[in-house]
Write a protein that binds this ligand. Structure first.
Ligand SMILES: [Zn+2]
Length: 317
């Protein structure tokens, strides 16, 4: 099948399950679109020799069918993905793949590296050598953030034995590779005027809504300075008058302690998905949660407190 036809089929099946769009995926049932290189001793291949894979029948692997080259020589090679176009991507984007290895585990002796380029690897935008961080002889997962500003990228797996010692291992195996985009968080509900301005306080964020990266930092802008604030969240959306503004959440409401300080007007909270305030507040992939910031505003008037608008976040795996 022609590569462009396969790409259209991949895009057509990109249903927004789990709040994400699949941009590229392969289970390495074939080497279609991949450029595989090695030397006389060993090479990258998509095959079942040796028969180590996460999804049958094949994986992408570096060896000579048995081992990574034996005691005679130095072996090295690269496996380059087809072009993966991120130009039209707007949400948090990640590369996920599964990894299994039987080589030396430090970059000083056996280099196992992933690289990203958008110019055919004349230059690299990102490179990382797995240095003692992978589980040995056990399938495990890697998640790497990708920057959509990189445009049309290619992913490279590079292996190098560096020396001719300890080259009897079965090699490095990659399977079930996926590039996907997580849905962009969206604002809802109303930000009522406060003592700092007519626009009220607006929810925002840095980091991503990718659960496996666990790096979402919530903030609110436009709060009155030097007051206490509290970030809260719920499963549902509402718009109910409360204080000087509106409650945008439904019961039950989960509170993210400790209390934040508005400081210059921008309180923030690092959301640790591993430590929810209660079991009922556990955030899991595929779920949508709604966030809001409550803050004190004694200078404004009667109630003494107000709330930001809401931020709806669909969390991806
Ligand atoms: Zn690994």
């Amino acid at each position: 099948m022609h590569a462009s036809i396969l790409r259209i089929l991949v895009l057509a099946s990109a249903l927004p399950a789990l709040g994400q769009n699949i941009i590229y995926e392969t289970a390495f049932d074939s080497d279609l679109g991949w450029t595989l290189q090695g030397n006389d001793q060993a090479s990258w291949a998509v095959d079942g020799a040796p028969a180590i894979y996460r999804s049958p029948p094949f994986s992408l692997n570096f060896n000579d069918g048995v081992e990574i080259g034996g005691p005679c020589c130095i072996s090295a090679g690269t496996a380059d993905s087809p072009v993966i176009d991120l130009s039209n991507v707007s949400g948090a984007t990640t590369l996920r793949f599964r990894c299994w290895y039987e080589t030396e585990d430090t970059c000083a002796h056996d280099v196992r590296e992933v690289q990203i380029s958008n110019d055919g690897f004349a230059t690299t935008l990102f490179e990382h050598c797995f240095d003692g961080e992978c589980a040995y002889q056990s399938w495990h997962r890697h998640d790497l953030p990708l920057d959509p500003a990189w445009g049309a990228i290619s992913v490279r797996f590079a292996f190098d034995t560096v020396d001719n010692m300890w080259n009897g291992g079965r090699g490095w195996f990659i399977d079930d590779l996926l590039v996907r985009e997580c849905a962009v968080p969206s604002s809802f509900c109303l930000a009522a005027p406060n003592s700092a301005g007519a626009g009220g306080a607006l929810m925002g964020y840095t980091g991503t809504n990718v659960v496996s990266l666990n790096n979402l930092r919530l903030h609110a802008t436009g709060c009155p300075p030097n007051q206490f604030a509290l970030f809260i969240y719920s499963a549902g959306q509402a718009q109910t008058p409360l204080g000087d503004g509106f409650l945008c959440l439904t019961s039950p409401i989960h509170r993210l302690y400790p209390l934040a300080q508005t400081g210059g007007g921008t309180p923030s909270h690092v959301l640790d998905l591993g430590s929810p305030p209660s079991a009922a507040g556990q955030i899991s992939p595929g779920e949508t949660w709604n966030f809001q910031c409550w803050y004190r505003d004694p200078a404004a008037g009667v109630a003494g407190f107000n709330l930001s608008d809401g931020l709806g976040v669909a969390f991806c795996p």
